[in-house]
Design a protein around this ligand. Structure first.
Ligand code: ADP
Ligand code: ASP
Ligand code: MG
Length: 490
């Protein structure tokens, strides 16, 4: 039994829907021959839809009462076009039309109230932004039926139970498991494909939530884990996880195999191909993940499991995350004073900021760490308050931020402690005259990260990708260590 998640571009047009239906039909036939057959599908909204919904809600909050009406029209046309092209049965089309009407009425009603109130709460935004999946999933189920694959639409608010952290809810595994199994297993047993909305869930009381942007991958993994699927497949628009974002590095290579740890690092540091939390449910149940290309389904993509295909010590991929701020707490009076680091991070935690990287100078004269730009001011204020006395006594003389930076993460299992790698990384960026503002080894063995100016991030990724020759098959590369150490192989 497998869970197949399809992303926004995979359901971005009528052609893409037809392609997805063909892939699911194939897999369902293949699965029917296995001892534990079954295919469950999780879908994102059609590409661009979630952004449009969010934009409309935000504009409504600012008093714009026109835009959401235009958006409603665009959404209707977008979904009706797919139905019109792929579904012949009049009853199916009428039933879908009613679902679209209901969702779009909900959308305009919500946006009107947001406009009247002049306020958009996180809870309200979750309801609006989840509508895209609730339009796409019934459509995909109908497209599958039109192709002769028995399929049933399932709204994840019925089966994925979360906490009430709107905009980034966490699943509650026990009730989610109970509901998913009760609702989905009978369908799977009778050979029906459940088509489930990604991205959304609801609290135990039934209040709709979302798992955060890009969260359909996470939905796929949660559902795969509670059903104890044999594999969780993430179908997207590239040939699996690549050695870098192909939009930044055009000659990036697709990676055949990665460990959960490697992928977790890549996703955490900005590789959009997988939501950062996707690996967690998979690890718990030791279910392999596979990242595949909807538009090139014969490509093997990337398999992600406990072990990767190397014993370690090699660079696999480079990723970058922008929109960061490097905060520094510095002063000579910090040397040997216990508790400064603890108080620093307590103050940061107190304002709920997420620390992505920490780097401390060996002299203990400063502590630097990276937070998202949006929380920098609050963090700095909290630190200035925490260290008021130390600042008056001049034990600490600098608490400030360096804005518009990016973290570059160099990822590969067992890299940490491999001699020469850091030298290679520095040589790569040095050759391009890119200034490294800070460096840190990630908390795992699989990551070395550096901070650079945001404007130089893409160049830094390309330079590091180049020096480690990640565009070549691994067997054709010069020894990474020799290169890193500056010794040319002749
Ligand atoms: P989906 O809609 O299928 O979820 P996303 O747009 O969320 O797709 O993620 C796929 C995109 O992630 C790719 O088109 C690619 O541009 C981007 N990406 C960033 N880093 C990587 C990487 N290391 N490997 C593959 N794709 C990456
Ligand atoms: N549609 C949602 C988003 O755009 C979820 C997803 O695509 O994974 O964030
Ligand atoms: Mg995605």
């Amino acid at each position: 039994m497998i869970v197949m998640k399809f992303g926004g571009t995979s359901v971005g047009s009528a052609d893409a829907f037809a392609q997805v239906a063909a892939i699911v039909a194939d897999k369902a036939a293949e699965q029917a021959q296995t001892p534990r057959p079954g295919v469950a599908v999780v879908t994102s909204a059609m590409s661009g839809v979630t952004n449009l919904l969010i934009d409309a809600a935000q504009r409504a909050a600012n008093g714009d009462e026109e835009f959401f009406l235009e958006a409603e029209n665009a959404l209707r046309v977008k979904h009706q076009t797919v139905a019109g092209q792929l579904i012949d049965d009049g009853n199916e089309r009428a039933a879908l039309g009613r679902i679209f009407d209901e969702r779009l009425q909900e959308f305009t009603r919500l946006c009107s109230s947001i406009a009247v109130l002049g306020e958009l709460t996180k809870r309200g935004l979750d309801v609006v932004s989840g509508l895209g999946e609730r339009l796409a999933a019934p459509l995909l189920a109908a497209v599958l039926r039109a192709r002769g694959v028995p399929a049933e639409y399932i709204d994840a608010t019925e089966i994925v139970v979360t906490d009430a952290v709107f905009g980034g809810a966490a699943p509650q595994i026990e009730p989610t498991e109970a509901r998913c199994r009760a609702r989905l297993l009978p369908l799977l047993e009778q050979g029906t494909v459940p088509v489930i909305t990604g991205f959304i869930g609801a609290t135990a009381e039934g209040i709709p939530t979302t798992l955060g942007r890009g969260g359909s991958d996470y939905s796929g993994a949660i559902i795969g884990a509670v059903l104890e699927a044999d594999e969780i497949q993430i179908w997207t628009d590239v040939n699996g996880v690549m050695s870098a974002d192909p939009r930044i590095v055009p000659n990036a290579r697709s990676l055949r195999q990665l460990s959960y740890e490697e992928v977790a690092e890549l996703a955490y540091y900005g590789a959009k191909v997988l939501h950062p939390k996707t690996v967690t449910p998979a690890i718990e149940k030791q279910i392999p993940l596979r990242v595949l290309n909807t538009f090139q389904p014969e490509h093997p993509g990337t398999r992600i499991a406990e072990r990767s295909d190397h014993t370690g010590g090699t660079v696999k991929a480079i990723t970058s995350i922008r929109g960061m701020n490097l905060i520094t707490v510095a002063g000579r009076g910090m040397i040997g004073v216990p508790g400064i680091a603890a108080r620093t991070f307590q103050a940061v935690a107190g304002v709920g900021a997420n620390v992505l990287m920490i780097s401390q100078s060996s002299s203990e004269q400063s502590i630097c760490f990276v937070v998202p730009e949006g929380s920098a001011d609050t963090v700095i204020d909290a630190l200035r308050a925490e260290f008021k006395v130390e600042r008056e006594r001049r034990y600490i003389d600098e608490i400030g931020g360096h804005g518009n930076v990016a973290i570059i993460a160099v990822v590969g299992s067992g890299m940490r402690g491999t001699p020469g790698l850091a030298a290679g990384i520095f040589r790569a960026v040095g050759n391009e005259a890119i200034n490294v503002i800070a460096i840190a080894q990630g908390s795992s063995e699989a990551n070395v990260s550096l901070v650079v100016e945001e404007t130089q991030a893409a160049e830094a990724v390309r330079a590091i990708h180049d020096i480690f020759e990640l565009h070549k098959p691994s067997g054709e590369r010069s020894s990474q260590l020799q290169r890193a150490g500056g010794i040319d192989r002749t």
